[in-house]
Design a protein around this ligand. Structure first.
Ligand code: NAP
Length: 544
């Protein structure tokens, strides 16, 4: 019998899909292990979210210094943040600085959108195919594709027919877009829409906002960081990062241990006034411990924010439209804003509530609304901006033809909601690791990313040290983690509300039913669970 041919060497030890915050850091760590790594990135540059989301007004909602990487003292020493909540260009500069500093670019292949990834059982490897047909083989497939990176356009007839300029916020052009004197429409009022609206309103000839569901927004209170302040921030880095490790969602803010009804009405009001006047997510993440689980507590804080909206918007009929009626404060992601509500006091801004006058179609010249109560209207625009969000968490996976052992499609495996082991692995998909996949702690994302990357790196290091070539989640591990994630969501008011966090996207088939794709426990608890797996020598995983 003829000897079987030598197996062909794999092209890479690891392929990382995506050169955003997680992909860059994973590359850095795997290189330290001496691995041959390739990052495949669809864009023409690094940055992921901050590469794609160039829309006007895009900026952090987490404090810049709490968002940057913490792993390199040198990097912390060298980089100065200019604003408490950095605008997108500053963040993109930062991520380019990181890529240059650690010489990451030489292992990143740009303009390379991954179309398919198929597992090969014979070689315990993955075949990765790009949209242009080129193919690579790799031992490990690491997805760094982000929870909010598959943009969705609204399903409105006529979108293609518009003759003016139109764009989804996550596909914003690299060239500057001027709104000076233009008639502009924005559809969508999530965190992205709010940032876009407040920026476009500064210069647009006329801005018309099409709102389906108002959100509870709170002031960002951004400001510049002077040299002296940056020195103080730098001196406080060790303490600040330690704090981020201890808080519930890795933000600087963490719930107040008191319950809403454990204080007097006067103390409550004073506390909320203080939070409303402070920077960042404090009013959402640093509020009384029960506002997101106790209906009565939630109704009170919602009433507080509603009063603020009424105070800030002059026309009370408009204010009323801007106050959410179908969900309480904080049960969806709270958009942070800078004079957002005041925008509606400007003569060049109109709010259209599309529940009263639904959008019937996009026309070659603008938007046509109809209505049961009113006759609707025909609006003419030069520019239409779609701030209509993402097919969140699982959407970026669904857009790649990922097939595990036996040709099983990930999309089929996840029918009815994702099933994962620690949010990192999927049974039947050996050697595939997910960074910021479903069921991982998100929160202040880079903090979670650093942990996620380090955990995956530790697992791969362990495999290499023990001559192991295959790692796979066990069914019982997946069941137990998925059940745990589901149980954590019980009782949370946010799980009773439609949003990307509960897997709803009315613009995507099959995403009309709520699923549990998000881990809603604390980041410290998540890390504790993962650390225990490491300490046990990864016994919960099937290693071969
Ligand atoms: P989003 O929160 O899902 O908001 C999408 C908006 O588009 C909603 O107002 C939605 O209305 C509306 N919409 C969708 N389809 C529509 C249609 N057919 N007709 C009319 N309106 C439609 O998406 P996003 O604003 O892009 O934000 C997603 C997440 O990204 C945020 O929650 C946040 O986590 C992240 N983000 C972060 C930052 C930051 O850190 N600075 C900035 C922006 C975004 P409904 O609510 O009725 O569905």
């Amino acid at each position: 019998m003829a000897a079987s041919p030598e197996p062909k060497a794999l092209d890479y030890d690891a392929i990382i899909v995506g050169a955003g915050i997680s992909g860059l850091y994973q590359l850095y760590r795997l290189r330290e292990l001496g691995m041959r790594v390739r990052v495949l990135e669809a864009g023409t540059g690094v940055g992921g979210t901050w590469y794609w989301n160039r829309y006007p007004g895009a900026r952090f909602d987490s404090e810049s210094y709490s968002y940057g990487y913490s792993f390199s003292p040198e990097l912390l020493e060298e980089w100065n943040w200019a604003e408490h909540f950095a605008p997108q260009p500053e963040t993109l500069r930062y991520l380019n600085f990181v890529a240059d500093k650690f010489d990451l670019r030489r292992d990143i292949q740009f303009k390379s959108r991954v179309a398919a990834a198929h597992y090969r059982e014979e070689t315990r490897s993955w075949d990765v195919t790009l949209e242009d047909g080129s193919r690579f083989s790799t031992r490990f497939l690491i997805t760094a594709i982000g929870p909010l990176s598959a943009p969705t356009m609204p399903r409105i007839p006529g979108v293609e027919s518009f003759k003016g300029q139109s764009c989804h916020t996550a596909r914003w052009p690299h060239e500057p877009v001027s709104f000076e004197g233009k008639r502009v429409a924005v559809i969508g009022t999530g965190a992205t829409g709010v940032q876009t609206i407040q920026e476009v309103a500064k210069t647009a000839g006329h801005l018309t906002v099409f709102q389906r569901t108002p959100n509870w927004c709170a002031p960002l209170h951004n400001g510049k960081i002077g040299e002296e302040e940056m020195r103080e921030i730098r001196a406080g880095y060790p303490e600040m990062f330690k704090r981020c490790q201890e808080t519930f969602a890795c933000f600087l803010h963490t719930p107040d241990p008191r319950g809403t009804f454990e204080v007097t009405p006067e103390e409550r009001e004073a506390f909320w006034e203080k939070l409303y006047g402070e920077k960042g997510f404090g009013i959402w993440q640093g509020n009384f411990r029960d506002i997101l689980i106790d209906r009565k507590a939630n109704a009170l804080i919602s009433d507080f924010v509603a009063r603020k909206i009424r105070q800030r918007v002059k026309d009370q009929a408009v204010a009323d439209k801007l106050i959410p009626k179908n969900h309480g404060f904080g049960t969806r992601r709270v958009p942070l804003e800078t004079k957002y509500y005041e925008v509606y006091n400007q003569p060049n801004v109109t709010l259209v509530d599309i529940n009263e006058t639904p959008i019937e179609r996009i026309t070659p010249t603008g938007i046509k609304t109809g209505g049961i109560k009113t006759s609707g209207a025909e609006y003419e625009f030069d520019i239409i901006i779609y701030a209509t969000g993402f097919d969140a968490i699982t959407g970026s996976f669904d857009r790649i033809d990922i097939r595990g052992a036996g040709g099983l499609k990930l999309k089929d495996k996840w029918q009815g909601g994702p099933k994962t082991y620690l949010g990192v692995q999927v049974e039947g998909f050996p050697n595939m690791m997910m960074l910021m996949g479903p069921h991982t702690a998100l929160g202040n994302i880079p903090r979670s990313i650093e942990y996620n990357v380090e955990w995956v790196t530790g697992l791969i290091r362990h495999m290499r040290e023990h001559g192991l070539t295959c790692v796979e989640a066990r069914p019982e591990g997946v069941k137990s983690w998925t059940d745990h994630v589901k149980a954590l969501g019980v009782g949370l008011l946010s799980n009773e509300v439609d949003s990307w966090m509960t897997g709803i996207n009315r613009n995507v088939d099959g995403k009309q039913v709520r699923t549990v794709a998000r881990y809603s426990g604390s980041a410290p608890a998540y890390r504790e669970r993962c650390d225990a797996v490491t300490a046990s020598g990864y016994q919960e995983l099937r290693l071969a």
